[in-house]
Design a protein around this ligand. Sequence first.
Ligand code: NAD
Ligand code: TYD
Length: 339
Amino acid sequence: MFKNIMVTGGAGFIGSNFVRLIINERKDYNVINYDKLTYAGNLENLDDIKNNDRYTFVKGDIADFERVSETLKKYDIDVIINFAAETHVDRSIMGAVDFIKTDVEGVYVLLEAARLRGGLKRFIQISTDEVYGSVEIGYSKETDTLMPRNPYSASKAGGDRIAYSFFATYNMDVIITRASNNYGPYQYPEKLIPLFITNAIEGMSLPLYGDGLNIRDWLFVEDHCRAILFLLENGENGEVYNIGGGNLHTNIEITKKILEYMNKPETLIKPVKDRIGHDRRYALDSSKLEKLGWQPQMSFEQGLKFTIDWYCKNERWWRKLKNQDFKEYYKKQYIDREK
Ligand code: NAD
Ligand code: TYD
């Protein structure tokens, strides 16, 4: 049905897990990984498949119209799955320019280049549950109002709606997915779970924001990737699909679980000043996708243990990422949080 799939942001956390899944499980697809290699992009995530005949890496920015157009043509792309984004809420609070450039304008450039060239069979925009904003009670449905409250989620909401507009206006085949918080192997260690696991290994404190009672719905990355592959092949043109893990936990619960499994003392927990505008709770109603036949397979307990073991076994991978640049970012981000 499809032949040449351009995965943008394929050197990042979810993108690299997706590229691996599709290379291993779909022998008739070619994958073109188009990635700018920002601080979050890491080709080592794909060391195991980099020599596969069906895999090609192209360095490029999704907001670069010429480079995108040339790549679409050269590889005769018939599907784009857009994972490329600036993704860290805390960084977006420090400065949002790159978020607007990539998460809004980049989505437009990809769609416009594809529209002008013609021949695209499907475009999947990887959006997020954060576009619904903070949901104190109940579960977000795809038809709920978007109420993003920080520069990251606002940019993602922009990209989400631009993608939809290319379906509504130009009749392009577009699907939008809104997943909840992912965790698992190859996640950059700035995000809650990998930061806390690696800090605990290093004997550093775990900076828990506010009262630690914010709630996220945790989704194991492979379950997310399988949902996207399922929607590539079974999703309906012009539709939005929530992808939730069904695992609602407070940050303090997760922090304690990590320490317990790692046999580390709770004295490592350091309550720090809250994130400004911190969304209290995200929760998804994924029944639309589940009715089509997808369900998450990994329990949170099992997935968290698997992830902790992975970071313990792959110190070489993450120690390189916690380099001088990371240390500077960390100092800037956390220095003013001392309560
Ligand atoms: P990530 O930060 O780990 O990786 C992002 C990748 O995009 C990196 O490889 C980076 O180099 C690349 N990139 C950034 N700007 C680019 C540009 N202008 N052009 C080309 N490549 C660029 O992100 P992730 O956690 O893997 O998230 C992937 C996607 O999933 C994002 O769109 C994100 O908004 C969405 N999402 C993430 C989560 C989550 O919990 N991580 C949940 C829901 C949705
Ligand atoms: P994060 O992994 O940044 O994902 P998001 O903000 O996109 O949901 O954060 C997950 C939760 O963990 C969020 O409520 C903020 C909290 N958090 C901390 O308490 N301390 C930290 O150092 C980080 C990075 C996050």
